[in-house]
Unconditional design. Structure first.
Lengths: 230, 230
DNA sequence: CACCTGGAAACATCTGATGTCTTTATAGAC
DNA sequence: GTCTATAAAGACATCAGATGTTTCCAGGTG
């Protein structure tokens, strides 16, 4: 494995060095192949890898361009990675969430805007309305937590938590959680978080988020102890 | 873009469903191509993508195998992603570290073993010995922080922090930090963390790690305000 | 039993051809 | 002059075949 991987590295270096800034266009395949001294096949594999990593954007009939390289794009792949983690590492992922989410929520309490607070309140109100519908409840639960992380103003943090709480991982866990008898409890915990943010109380926000994540985690533990849960 | 991407998805699904468990071998390229109904070129691009994501391990002359799918492998790529983040997002990465590392250090205080404490003390002693050599100081600094996260026993967390504090990002920041007049200060902060862990004092460990990360972050801020720092 | 050697299997790479899509320029209609 | 439809060119998508290299393993040899 030398030629193709070398091509990947060289293209990456061109981007990292600024020679190929975000949005710029790469040479056509055959010219790029000539420049890097390998065949089009090799170039295509290299480009495909960088495309899957959201570094390049290949537009058929047009050309290949460097993406914006925004955190939301580049960190998109980690959700992809988390989905392949085997069952025994799921508790580890939950633990990371338990470490990160309360702190992030506390940060949100410090920075959240009035408008974002209103949106959060609206989400909470909607959640109460669909408490009987598990699928919709999950959907709005995800939206609620995402809105909180967005309120931190840190895109990198948001993207990381998106990956940690990816739809697959979260759906697997929360579907069971909601189907259990704890729907009302979950909504109450969300309200506690909302009230803490509204009060801009960082300590309270931290505690409320911790309680909430802990509920999910302890539930997950009981599920994983049962056979046939995977 | 349909055929190759579909092939990627289908291979991923075979792995996720358990049809291809970790360590198992895939069909040869031409048989896989026949099964998925595309050409060898398409299969090769798909396999290359999954290989770059550390999902597959291609052994020339032998065959293609599913990796162990361990967190350390699958999350290896996020360091790769962080290296491509542009300058203005560097503060965001530092902020995530500021959120995560103190909490992780507090967790380590709870779980670290006697043996790991001894190793940490040894690292600290070594750091003092090479205080005058920036390159080596950076090297042992990385080892120190990694040892702390390893002590949490959470591989997923370790891999994430490895990515956040990847050699490139960290080296860029710390080279300047060490070249500044703060080498001794940095070592003192490490000792504070070590003592807190030794005392198994979670609150103190949290605080010490926060002070330490904050030092780096404020330094980074001053550097980024200067022109020509990138 | 240990070592060596051949062949088979599998990936690495290249080459060339064809299909399809996008963009753009051009010719025509109004 | 402007708008539109069409044609042509450029670029990626995909396929097919051939050749080189590496690895593994069976079988022979000492």
């Amino acid at each position: 494995m030398a030629l193709t991987d070398e091509a990947i590295t060289r293209i990456r270096n061109m981007i990292q060095s600024g020679e190929l800034p975000p949005g710029s266009r790469l040479l056509p395949e055959h010219q790029l192949a000539a420049q890097l001294g390998i065949s089009r096949s090799g170039i295509r594999e290299a480009v495909k890898v960088l495309e899957s990593a959201r570094v390049l954007d290949v537009r058929r009939g047009d050309g290949t361009y460097v993406t914006s390289l925004a955190p939301a794009l580049l960190l998109e792949g980690i959700g992809f990675a988390f989905e392949l983690l085997q069952g025994e590492t799921l508790p580890e992922v939950m633990e990371v969430r338990r470490l990160l989410e309360p702190t992030a929520t506390a940060l949100a309490a410090q920075r959240i805007s009035e408008k974002q607070l209103d949106e959060l309140g609206e989400l909470l109100r909607t959640m109460r309305g669909v408490a009987a519908d598990p699928e919709k409840l999950i959907q709005y639960d995800i939206a609620f937590h995402r809105a909180v992380t967005v309120a931190t103003g840190n895109d990198t943090l948001t993207s990381l938590l998106d990956g940690l709480s990816g739809r697959t991982v979260r759906a697997r866990i929360w579907r069971g959680l909601v189907l259990g008898n704890v729907a009302q409890n979950t909504i109450d915990e969300h309200e506690a978080i909302y009230l803490a943010l509204r009060a801009r109380d960082q300590s309270l926000a931290h505690a409320a988020a911790l309680v909430h994540v802990n509920t999910s985690e302890s539930w997950l533990r009981t599920v994983l102890e049962q056979p046939g849960s995977e």
